[in-house]
Design a protein around this ligand. Structure first.
Ligand SMILES: Cc1ncc(C[n+]2csc(CCOP(=O)(O)OP(=O)(O)O)c2C)c(N)n1
Ligand SMILES: [Mg+2]
Length: 325
């Protein structure tokens, strides 16, 4: 972990945000069994370093596009936690007015341009947004997050080809957690090195440890700067692990498709805990500060869940109000 080249202020901000994402997931998990959230949820516990590390390098009006495992991206780009939780409860106060649920988060005021439930669906849309930035000369960078399975879709290749041809300001961030639902990468892909697919298009592409927030932060800073300077797209393959089931709030130990030793090995590398240990060791974080940060987040989350539960459901007569025909 190349911690020394990152300021203490940034490291603390990263820690605080990753803790918020983690605690939010744990709270969703704890509440989910009550069946009041009428939406599927895809928890990103274990993958927090990727969204936080990348987004710390983005400006507020840079564009972010997300996928079904959406919560970390939304928080890291500065989305409103209350509106996120209200969306999970399908309330009118949610960020998609309760019509979208967990897989359709959006916060355009902070450059979060939406999540899509269609695997790889956001990749060509983000590529189009990057093209718009070139045409408008607005200096924005687009970042799109997607999983390893999305790299098996044709649009991934078409988008990378177009982006490099037109030198578009876009960073493709693959969160390789090795699974597509319950199918391991080795059962689906002949070559597990996803970064090589970028190299085929002459795109700078890197395979990095997505559990190490410092590595993600430093490499994505380089990638985002490169895109902003007009040098074209970059592909980052961030390897990490989802600690929970693919969807819902099930017990990961019941995942018969995953080897318990593989799971334990990644738990040992927990991105949040390893950052916390290093910050404490280097006196960047103290026990008192840690407890204060934790309490502030708990309070914010308690308020967000209260707000969500007390909000009203959309009126039945308005259910078709936002449909495109
Ligand atoms: C085009 C398409 N095909 C299949 C699905 C069903 N599906 C939902 S999530 C998922 C797995 C996606 O895996 P990955 O992209 O690696 O992301 P992860 O869930 O691991 O974060 C699949 C196959 C879908 N939503 N869209
Ligand atoms: Mg995956």
């Amino acid at each position: 972990m190349r911690m020394k080249s990152i300021s203490s202020t940034t490291l603390l901000k990263l820690y605080q945000e990753m803790l918020k994402i983690r605690k939010l997931q744990l709270k969703i998990e704890a509440e989910y069994h009550k069946d009041e959230m009428k939406t599927p949820v895809h928890l990103c516990i274990g993958q927090e370093a990727i969204s936080s590390g990348v987004c710390a390098n983005l400006k507020k009006d840079d564009y972010l596009f997300s996928n079904h495992r959406s919560h970390g991206h939304y928080i890291a780009k500065g989305g409103d936690v209350k509106k996120l939780v209200a969306e999970l409860y399908c309330k009118e106060t949610g960020c998609s007015k309760g019509r979208g649920g967990s897989m359709h988060l959006i916060a355009t005021k902070v450059g979060h341009m939406g999540s899509s439930a269609i695997v790889a669906g956001s990749i060509p849309i983000a590529t189009g947004a990057a093209l718009s930035s070139v045409l408008k000369k607005d200096g924005k960078v687009s970042v799109v997050f997607f999983g390893d399975a999305a790299t098996e879709e044709g649009v991934f290749f078409e988008s990378m080809n177009f982006a490099t041809l037109k030198k578009l300001p876009i960073v493709y961030v693959c969160e390789n957690n090795f699974y597509s639902v319950c199918s391991h990468q080795s059962a689906r892909e002949a070559n597990p090195d996803i970064s090589m697919r970028g190299k085929a298009f002459d795109i700078p592409a890197y395979q990095i440890d997505g559990s190490d927030v410092c590595e993600v932060y430093l490499k994505s800073r380089e990638a985002i700067n490169c895109a902003r300077r007009g040098r074209g797209p970059v592909l980052l393959e961030c390897r990490a692990y989802r600690f929970r089931a693919h969807a819902g709030a099930g017990d990961p130990h019941k995942d018969t498709y995953r080897n318990i030793n593989e799971w334990k090995e990644w738990i040992r590398k927990d991105p949040l805990k390893s950052l916390e240990r290093k910050l404490l060791k280097n006196n960047i974080l103290t026990k008192e500060k840690k407890s204060k940060i934790s309490k502030t987040i708990d309070k914010e989350l308690t308020e967000a869940f209260k707000f969500a539960k007390e909000s009203i459901l959309p009126n039945k007569k308005d259910l078709k109000k936002y449909l495109f025909r």
